[in-house]
Design a protein around this ligand. Structure first.
Ligand code: COA
Length: 207
């Protein structure tokens, strides 16, 4: 396995800010866990906003729209993900040429390859190479496709198929060129990293 990018390293060339926070919610009662993860996600988003524009920006309301997308301060695009114990958020200024961003965190489970078969295209498996664990490969491409979905949904407002998002992947460096079928002319990039148990993926659309 040769995933070069590690956690906590700002994704190469992403012209915004990323925050990643760990919080153990496993002691919370099951009925409260979803809301604890939501709160953890919002706290992480505020940290990313503070890094981007200071405490005034971080004080934004961060409500959700009817589709569940977070509502960001004017001029900011962003995305939130939570998969206990991790939460991640990415934000950027539109005036810096970022039209959308999506982030995802996914734990690597032993049966991932079976459950997420549709998320891995033949070219994805080829880029990862035969020495890579199928569960890790499935987690990486699931996370990348979810990140791409979150990136484009706020402008597209329509469902997508897994195969609508295609990657040209440099597995060793954790970098991808991306094409999204319903937005063939748009300019996307993606990065991913692995911390030993979970995968983090980010996808953004540039002008
Ligand atoms: C909405 C979706 C992306 C959330 O992903 P998830 O892995 O369940 O959960 P995550 O923790 O990664 O992300 C949840 C956060 O995403 C954000 N979110 C929710 N819906 C969203 C949307 N439509 N677009 C962008 N972001 C969204 C929210 O901030 C949410 O957290 P919150 O409810 O606490 O505010 C996922 O449920 C989904 O519908 N995926 C699409 C499946 C699909 O079509 N796949 C093919 C893609 S190529």
């Amino acid at each position: 396995m040769n995933l070069a990018r590690s956690w906590g390293v700002p994704p190469q060339n992403f012209p915004g800010r990323v925050a990643l926070r760990r919080r153990d919610t496993s002691q919370e009662p099951r009925w409260r866990r979803r809301s604890a993860e939501h709160t953890h996600g919002r706290a992480t988003a505020r940290e990313a906003l503070r890094l981007l524009g200071g405490s005034d920006l971080a004080a934004a309301a961060l409500t959700a729209d009817p589709d569940g997308c977070p509502v960001w301060p004017a001029g900011v695009v962003g995305s939130i993900a939570h998969s206990a114990p991790w939460a991640a958020a990415a934000v950027a200024w539109e005036r810096h040429g970022v039209l959308g961003v999506g982030i995802d965190v996914e734990a690597v489970h032993p049966r991932r390859a079976l459950l997420a078969e549709r998320a891995v295209m033949p070219e994805d498996a080829a880029a990862a190479g035969p020495q890579s664990s199928p569960d890790l490969v499935a987690t990486v491409f699931c996370a990348l496709r979810e990140a791409a979905y979150k990136c484009v949904f706020p402008s597209l407002r329509a469902p997508m198929d897994w195969s609508d998002v295609r990657f040209e992947t440099d597995w060793r460096r954790g970098m991808c060129a991306v094409s999204v079928m319903p937005m063939a002319e748009a300019n996307f990039s993606a990065r991913f990293g692995f911390n030993g148990t979970s995968v983090q993926a980010i996808c953004w659309q540039s002008q």
